[in-house]
Design a protein around this ligand. Structure first.
Ligand SMILES: C[S@@+](CC[C@H](N)C(=O)[O-])C[C@H]1O[C@@H](n2cnc3c(N)ncnc32)[C@H](O)[C@@H]1O
Length: 264
């Protein structure tokens, strides 16, 4: 149990207030995750689910590259702002608690989130989030969390957390994530593959001259760069869980480069 970790923002009302401050700025940011996912995981016929979607920036990008995207967040303010921002017709924004998802089993091909588990200090809740995400996933589930193996990145957050609650988040170590996944699969009685990758930490392909490249090429370069750099400089750890039924060919598999095992 990691209850000593200080989480800055932890209720729907507090997140509503935070999104009132940050929504516009976040929405305008580069959808780095969306570009990478579109290249490495999502195919044109996928139904995607983003949990703790907040601004929905990544999902908005992905909606142009796949069949449908559902954003879920317990902040009604964020989901209202997303619906009011003229999203594509294949993107829906739902106010919902990710601890109790109102979807049938295996409703989505690919489910993902970024910076979401980092809002929870309680391992019992993380286990519940894992179990709910696994339940609604047909093909693969991804959890992107702040990388506890990246010491300078962690130290930067700790310094900023002194004055800004948004930075008071949990960082995860690789082994901790593997334990969450293996315990979660065992509890659900589901067999599956568990992999760790890294996301971010090298961003030249999205800035300067790189930003002039087509999004698809930026995503491909990111996929390549993330494979080559060590996990300890990644910004986020990516936990990828593929339940057994998916591997038996029920749905499409991601392309080979996404399946490389980068850890240890
Ligand atoms: C760090 S933010 C994620 C930001 C998002 N990835 C983005 O780029 O805009 C975490 C989000 O999780 C949401 N959240 C926290 N607890 C939740 C829960 N139990 N169910 C659903 N959403 C939750 C918060 O409202 C917040 O929008």
């Amino acid at each position: 149990m990691s209850s000593k970790i200080r989480i800055g923002i932890d209720t729907p009302d507090a997140w509503d207030a935070e999104w009132a401050r940050w929504f516009e700025r976040y929405s305008r940011g580069i959808p780095r995750l969306g570009m990478w996912l579109a290249r490495a995981y999502a195919t044109s016929d996928c139904e995607l689910l983003e949990l703790g979607a907040g601004s929905g920036r990544e999902s908005r990008f992905l909606s142009r590259h796949t069949r449908s995207v559902t954003c879920v967040d317990f902040s009604a303010g964020a989901m209202e702002a997303l619906r009011a921002s003229n999203p594509p017709s294949n993107l829906r924004a739902l106010t919902m608690d990710a601890l109790n998802l109102e979807f049938p089993d295996r409703a989505f091909d690919l489910t993902f989130h970024k910076g979401f588990w980092s809002c929870f200090s309680d391992d019992v809740q993380i286990a519940q989030l894992f179990s709910e995400q696994l339940r609604v996933t047909r093909r693969s589930m991804l959890a992107l969390v702040h990388n506890g193996a990246n010491a300078p990145f962690h130290a930067m957050f700790q310094a900023k957390a002194e004055t800004e609650k948004l930075y008071q988040v949990r960082f995860f170590k690789p082994d901790e994530l593997l334990e969450i996944a293996n315990d979660g699969l065992a509890k659900a009685g589901v067999r599956g593959s568990v992999r760790l990758h890294g996301f971010g930490g090298v961003d030249w392909m999205h800035h300067g001259l790189g930003s002039l490249l087509p999004a698809r090429l930026q995503g491909s370069l990111a996929a390549l760069a993330y494979r080559l750099r060590p996990l300890r400089v990644a910004e986020s750890l990516v936990l990828e869980v593929t339940p057994e039924a998916a591997r038996e060919g029920v749905t499409q598999s991601p392309p080979p480069d996404a399946r490389e095992d980068l850890y240890p």
